[in-house]
Design a protein around this ligand. Structure first.
Ligand SMILES: Cc1ncc(COP(=O)(O)O)c(C=O)c1O
Length: 390
């Protein structure tokens, strides 16, 4: 390997959420942090180099988005995802969560119903309810250890109540599913037929693991592209979440103009100097880093899966098809929610995300972040084993 993912890097003193918020959320700060979804790997050297070069100039004035920024995104989407888009179909947004918050705000009204498919990334629920909209749950179905969308359930919901929007997690967090083109196409048809606008959160798109391929929702049919907007970012992919580098892709002119009519008056589509610099360097130069990182993460997933099978068979890992998050089924431990938290936090000294925060169906699961050096994971697994053995 050209890049070293085994290096243990001390993140203390960098205001990392993973460390600084631990005490507030878990009640103690002596835990191995395996929760919030950023990685403990250094970002690709080409990104650091580009930022350093720009910093060396020492003037950081107002900055326009360079053409190279748009070209780097369109070339990346074409090469990695087979998605042909034009520069004018892309707009900067100051975060994927903010991007869907703006969409909820603009395309729905107070009291309107928004569908999500739990267990799912918790801000889908939190942002929707905070904005005074009603969340309608269409829970995923768990079959043979793998999630699938309940499309019959969705039809049934929509035949009974008017819903305005569906927020899709594509690929899925926390289950790691890479949805198939057929599943997405059927979803697109149902939503189109019932006038449900789709916001597709594709922040994990670049993180498909070996053997899997991401399908952008907007590519599955005419009815998908004419009834959706997509949110993406290089943030998870290249570990640059602190830079804030997200963007929306909206090929449909009418939808784009509507969304921009919300963003532009508030200047929410104005990116920052470092976002443009980091994004361009990432998409132009960091494909090889990404491939190596994903193969390292795959090794981590194999390690966890193997260890649990051999040493802690009461916990079963759902093998992710994308991303560096593993969804651990802990029902075999037969513990209540508070006992499970106590086991991980107070006995094993590990900070993972507790499953019920992701909504119905998440109870009894824990989400483990494996975007960390292998020796950290080995340590964590051994601590867990010891805690279970008492
Ligand atoms: C599905 C999903 N969407 C959005 C985000 C966060 O995006 P941002 O930091 O750009 O708001 C995350 C982070 O974990 C995520 O998993």
């Amino acid at each position: 390997m050209k890049f070293n993912f085994d290096e243990n890097i001390d993140r203390r003193g960098t205001h990392s959420v993973k460390l600084e918020k631990m005490k507030a959320l878990f009640g103690r700060d002596d835990l191995l942090p395996l929760w919030v979804a950023d990685m403990d790997f250094k970002s690709p050297p080409a990104i650091t180099e580009a930022l350093r070069k720009r910093v060396d100039h020492e003037i950081y004035g107002y900055t326009v988005a360079p053409d190279a920024y748009y070209h780097s995104i369109t070339a990346w989407l074409a090469k990695r995802h087979g998605w042909q888009v034009n520069s004018e179909e892309i707009t900067f947004v100051p975060g994927v969560v903010k991007g869907f918050a703006f969409a909820i705000d603009h395309f729905t009204g107070k009291g309107d119903k928004v569908i999500i498919q739990p267990p799912v990334y918790h801000p889908f629920r939190i942002v929707t309810t905070s904005l005074g909209r009603e969340v309608v749950n269409n829970p995923l179905l768990l079959e043979e250890g793998r999630y699938r969308m309940d499309l019959d359930g969705l039809r049934s919901i929509l035949s009974q109540q008017k819903c305005k929007m569906l927020i899709l997690c594509n690929p899925h967090n926390p289950g790691g599913r890479v949805w198939s083109p057929d599943e997405l196409r059927e979803l697109a048809e149902i939503c189109f037929d019932h006038g449900v606008f789709v916001v597709s959160d594709e922040i994990h798109a670049d993180l498909t693991l070996p053997g899997y391929r991401h399908t952008p929702f907007a590519t599955v049919s005419e009815n998908a592209v004419s009834n959706s907007l997509t949110l993406m970012a290089p943030s998870k992919t290249f570990n640059i979440a602190g830079i804030v580098s997200s963007f929306a892709v909206i090929p449909d002119k009418k939808i784009r103009e509507q969304y921009l009519s919300y963003l532009e008056p508030r200047e929410l589509n104005q990116g920052t100097l470092f976002a443009y610099t980091a994004t361009t360097a990432a998409y132009e130069q960091c494909g090889e880093w990404l491939d190596e990182m994903l193969s390292y993460v795959q090794g981590n997933i194999d390690l966890v899966d193997h260890f649990l099978n051999e040493q802690i068979p009461q916990i079963r890992a759902m093998r992710p098809e994308a991303s560096f998050l593993m969804w651990l089924d802990c029902h075999g431990l037969s513990l209540s929610r508070s006992e499970l938290t106590k086991l991980f936090v107070d006995r094993a000294h590990l900070a993972l995300n507790e499953g019920s925060m992701f909504g119905p169906g998440g109870e009894g699961f824990m989400r483990l972040n494996v975007g960390t050096p292998r020796n950290v994971l080995e340590k964590a697994l051994n601590k867990l084993k010891k805690a279970i053995e008492g």
